[in-house]
Design a protein around this ligand. Sequence first.
Ligand SMILES: *Cc1c(COP(=O)(O)O)cnc(C)c1O
Length: 232
Amino acid sequence: MTDSADIAQREVATRLESVRSRIAAAARRSGRDPDEITLVLASKTQPASALKAAYQAGARDFGENYVQEASIKQRELSDLTIRWHFIGHLQTNKAKTAATMFDLIHSVDSARVAASLGAAKPRLRCLVEVNLAGERSKTGIAPGEVECLIDSSRDSVEVAGLMTIPPVGESRSRFAELRELRDRLAASTGLALSELSIGMTDDFEVAIEEGATIVRVGRAVFGQRIIGQRIR
Ligand SMILES: *Cc1c(COP(=O)(O)O)cnc(C)c1O
């Protein structure tokens, strides 16, 4: 390893350790077991070498936003035992490919996408992405439409829970709102819906206090992203 790669490796390891201890502290102060919480490293725009550095520091779950970018990294890292998460917006025409590449899809927001995923890989684990505030800039479906989507998708994919990205400044109340929606839907559908994928660099501790089972953290581990940078 070159010196600079060595330094980068140590930096990622240090930041990862710090995020892990913050996760554990947030879990303990809300009376939860830290092992209930999966840390997914959001690795969009990061080169395979950065993922490998995090892997060597113990990370196993990585979240990617673009199918094409993920497939390049998966090829480069094929010797590692990684659980791959898809956390970006999924287009129907990419769903078939995505189904074969990822262990958990966080961002199902239409019956068509769910049907395409299930056709390619029956019982693939998925989360429904909910747009709680009706923000036009964000993907996800309206809270009132989630039950209908679950009903039409549950035979083709395994609906394991919900995901959301809250409006800036509303993290805690929106996370609580998602958890309450999950509780109502679990009762009405009879599904466990045990996974809540909430929380990023700026709000993952709040998310854990509000019931997150999965947090998706990028900048706190990899450092600031370069705007517009994208690996193709
Ligand atoms: C980039 C991204 C994250 C991580 O964001 P950070 O602020 O870097 O922690 C989490 N979830 C999704 C869907 C993302 O696109």
